[in-house]
Design a protein around this ligand. Structure first.
Ligand code: PLP
Length: 395
């Protein structure tokens, strides 16, 4: 069969491969504890569901504007403005079916073939995939465990060339749970302004922060006009399956992104957008409770992992992932890679984690083997899963 050549450039999210292996093992009757899933194990708050159900009853079942319903764009602009301390207006907002399309659209609207794009490694695999798809050159910037999964800013600044068009940031970060500090962001902002570079700030985990305050790079001088903020409802309000997210960006770019929406989705589901309005304008106690529960789980999982010989785990500041170093555990089990460790855990212990390689190819300046565990699963599952890992490692 003869497909378009560009399809050879498009990558994927390997996480889904592990998930399908888990399903297969479960179908054979095995009880798998999964730390592989990147979504809250909470239900969407009732008042959000009610708002969308009511919208359905009121026949809000027609097309909406490509950029999103005016009332939702207003609510988003107010929220983004209050949370980040920056002015934001509804015409800078584009609503999308989940936050992920903002990555796809922003890269399509900004990156020419041959342009270089700096992105975090390990990181969300879709960045590299879409950059390659448009003919851009992916330039990975390593997040170092020794720096609490932040960049070495000297090395980072050496990645910038005259061809750098875009810097992608993700803080709090998937897969490490690390956060860039305000000092890091200030240094990156200075580079972006000096070299006239756009920034795509993936802030999908901005409300899931345990230590310190969330800072957006868009709030630094000269940055708002060159930043695309990506955020959404999936993680904060446990709404992954609803598919509702947004980007906030300069108006001219927002118009181009809306045109991409017109050419692909037409618009985001109309009655779902009413749920989004209720989420932003309604009570936030469910978010506070969820983040409090995640923090308790984080503290437990970090402590227990650090008590397993051969595993060491930093305490992440945000998101709901830990990214333990499993190098010594691999060595003592005679395994060469974290990928082999992941397979062993799945096949011998019935525990699903994701290998480091699901988040990009390790850079030359990275040492060690890692896996990602999501603690968006019950405390009982966490306890049982970690006990199984311990048994496998100590033999
Ligand atoms: N960005 C990062 C870093 C993520 O981890 C995810 C989801 O896993 C997304 C974006 C996409 O979010 P959504 O489900 O709203 O499309």
């Amino acid at each position: 069969m003869d497909f378009a050549k560009r399809m050879n450039l498009l990558g994927t999210e390997n996480a889904f491969e592990v998930l399908s292996e888990v399903r297969k093992l479960e179908a054979r009757g095995q009880h798998i504890i999964s730390f592989a899933i990147g979504e809250p194990d909470f239900d969407t708050p009732e008042h959000i569901k009610r708002a969308s159900i009511q919208a359905l009853h009121e026949n809000q079942t027609h097309y909406a504007p490509s950029a999103g319903l005016a009332e939702l764009r207003e609510a988003i602009a107010e929220h983004v403005s209050a949370m980040r301390g920056i002015p934001a207006s509804p015409d800078e907002v584009v609503v999308t079916s989940g936050a992920k399309p903002i990555i796809y659209y922003a890269i399509h609207a900004l990156v020419n073939p041959g342009d270089e794009v700096i992105y975090p490694n390990p990181g969300f695999p879709i960045y590299e995939s879409v950059v390659r798809f448009v003919g851009g050159i992916p330039v990975p910037a390593t997040l170092l465990e020794s720096r609490d999964f932040r960049f070495d800013m000297d090395r980072f600044s050496r990645l910038v060339t005259s061809k750098t068009k875009l810097i992608i940031l993700n803080s709090p970060q998937n897969p490490t749970g690390g956060m860039l500090t305000a000092t890091d962001l200030a240094a990156i902002a200075q580079l972006a302004v000096e070299h006239d570079i756009w920034v795509l700030a993936d802030e999908i985990y901005s409300r899931i922060v345990y230590e310190g305050n969330f800072t957006s790079i868009a709030s630094f001088p000269g940055m708002k006009e060159r930043t695309v903020i990506l955020d959404g409802f999936s993680k904060t309000y446990a709404m992954t399956g609803w598919r509702l997210g947004y980007g906030v960006m300069p108006t001219e770019l927002a118009q181009l992104v809306a045109r991409l929406v017109t050419n692909s989705d037409s618009c985001t589901n109309t009655f779902v957008q009413f749920g989004g309005i209720a989420a932003l304008r309604g009570p936030q106690d469910a978010v506070t409770a969820m983040v409090r529960e995640f923090r308790t789980r984080r503290d437990g999982i970090v402590e227990t992992l650090n008590r397993i010989p051969g595993i060491s785990c930093k305490t992440p500041s945000g998101a709901f992932y830990v990214f333990p170093n499993v190098t010594d555990a691999c060595r003592s089990l005679g395994l060469k890679t974290g990928k082999e460790f992941q397979r062993l855990l799945l096949e011998e212990a019935g525990v699903a984690v994701l290998p480091r390689t699901a988040f990009g190819t390790p850079g030359d300046d990275e040492e060690g083997e890692y896996v990602r565990l999501s603690y968006a699963t019950s405390r009982d599952n966490i306890e049982e899963g970690l006990a199984r890992i311990r048994r496998i490692v100590i033999g």
